[in-house]
Design a protein around this ligand. Structure first.
Ligand code: DC
Length: 205
């Protein structure tokens, strides 16, 4: 069984994916980590977001198992990840690892922006998880404050809107709802309510 969850930042897709992974005993991949890992290394090495060749080389060397999560949650890394994610060569370099993960014998849950459209269009269940930018910014702001990043709500909202626009309007694999994906709007739902909505779709289909 493959379950694909796509959607914008802080829509709740990560939390839902983890709950589903534990419910069904499936391996889970947060594909945003791959793009964040490339963005992080680019920042560390002072590589600009338009240095296509260098960024492609970084992406080619990323190994799923070796990703160190610690430095990847900051808003600076998120913005860089969104920038480098618009480069076709970078995306291409990261496709294989994601498809291998999706197609493992045990089945898998993946979340990201293009799982249901590009990485695993054959997924058994597809969801597009979204929420208003303001509610998503509130959630992300709370997380960032918890991890000691000094950033205002307004800056988080601006970042989220910028990232949405870039991710949705890029030419290659833009973030969008697959035609056969179920839309779950979590603006007015707590995580348990969103999870119930997802589970009832899975149980009904
Ligand atoms: O899910 P996230 O916020 O960690 O993702 C960071 C950035 O990575 C996001 O702004 C766009 C990019 N991304 C992508 O283009 N495709 C994916 N499948 C996952 C993430």
């Amino acid at each position: 069984m493959i379950i694909a969850l796509d959607g914008p930042a802080a829509s709740g897709k990560g939390t839902l994916s983890k709950k589903l992974a534990s419910e069904f005993g499936l391996p889970y991949l947060d594909t945003g980590l791959l793009y964040r890992a490339v963005g992080y290394q680019a920042l560390q090495q002072n590589i600009q977001s338009d240095a296509l060749y260098d960024l492609e080389k970084i992406a080619e060397k990323i190994e799923l198992e070796a990703i160190d999560h610690t430095e990847l949650r900051s808003s600076e890394v998120a913005q860089m990840a969104s920038k480098i994610a618009s480069i076709p060569q970078v995306r291409e370099a990261l496709v294989k690892a994601q498809r291998n993960f999706a197609n493992q014998a045990k089945g898998a849950i993946l979340d990201g922006r293009d799982i249901g459209t590009v990485i695993a269009p054959q997924a058994n269940y597809k969801f597009y998880i979204t929420a208003s930018p303001e509610v998503r910014a509130e959630r992300r702001h709370k997380d960032l404050v918890k991890s000691n990043e000094a950033i205002s709500f307004d800056d988080v909202l601006k970042d989220i809107k910028e990232r949405d626009a870039r991710d949705q309007n890029r030419k290659t694999a833009p973030a969008k709802q697959a035609e056969d994906a179920h839309l779950i709007d979590t603006t007015n739902l707590c995580i348990e309510e969103a999870y119930s909505a997802v589970m009832s779709i899975i149980n009904e289909t």
